[in-house]
Write a protein that binds this ligand. Structure first.
Ligand SMILES: [Zn+2]
Length: 203
């Protein structure tokens, strides 16, 4: 029996590897965003299940899944959190770093985003810059991304880094780093699941 307070109730998480199939997302230096997203999300999903949670994915192979179909999956399940996984790309090759997005305003996703952000910053803050917007008191950035505004459950979108930046691209395509990133995101999600209330930015 786990001692009380150390084990959270199992979470039901939907991971959403962005793009896939005919839509590769960003393509830089021969690397497709869709592949990196899938590699990290697959590991994340497996790790959550190994820790006793329930995890599903919007795609498990390199196939085309329209956004409205992904949202339909979310609405047909009873999820605690949607985690969309993407990589960035920019014209400026020196742009790099991780970002977490939620939909605008105070949302139920803010605490989850902050918990994941804290975990990522602690683990990778030295290797990868963390790009954040602290103007509203938490580090997540806000935008009306389709997956974020159309989901019923709290939803966060993680931009793992910039494929247009050589350092980020090398970091994100390393399978060991992909495993580490997934483990840290899982740790953040589990920390949020245990608290379920306020999570303060620890930066
Ligand atoms: Zn993307």
């Amino acid at each position: 029996m786990p001692s009380p307070g150390t084990q959270s109730a199992p979470l039901h998480i939907l991971t959403d590897p962005g793009h896939g199939g005919t839509d590769p997302g960003a393509v830089c230096g021969g690397v497709k965003e869709s592949g990196v997203n899938l590699a990290v999300a697959t590991r994340l999903s497996a790790m959550l299940e190994e820790s006793g949670h329930r995890a599903a994915m919007t795609r498990i192979t390199d196939r085309t899944v329209p956004l409205r179909e992904r949202v339909r999956m979310e609405r047909n399940g009873n999820y605690d959190l949607l985690v969309s996984v993407h990589c960035n790309a920019a014209e400026n090759p020196s742009a790099r770093g991780m970002e977490i997005w939620t939909s605008p305003g105070q949302t139920r996703a803010d605490a989850a985003a902050t918990a994941i952000f804290n975990a990522l910053q602690k683990a990778f803050g030295r290797a990868l810059p963390m790009r954040m917007d602290l103007s509203d008191g938490d580090p997540d950035k806000e935008a009306r991304f389709y997956m974020l505004t159309h989901s019923r459950c709290p939803a966060v979108l993680i931009e793992l880094g910039f494929l247009s930046n050589t350092q980020d691209r090398e970091f994100l395509t390393d399978p060991e780093n992909q495993t580490d990133i997934a483990a840290v995101i899982a740790e953040g999600i589990e920390g949020w699941g245990r608290g379920r209330g306020r999570v303060n930015y620890e930066g």
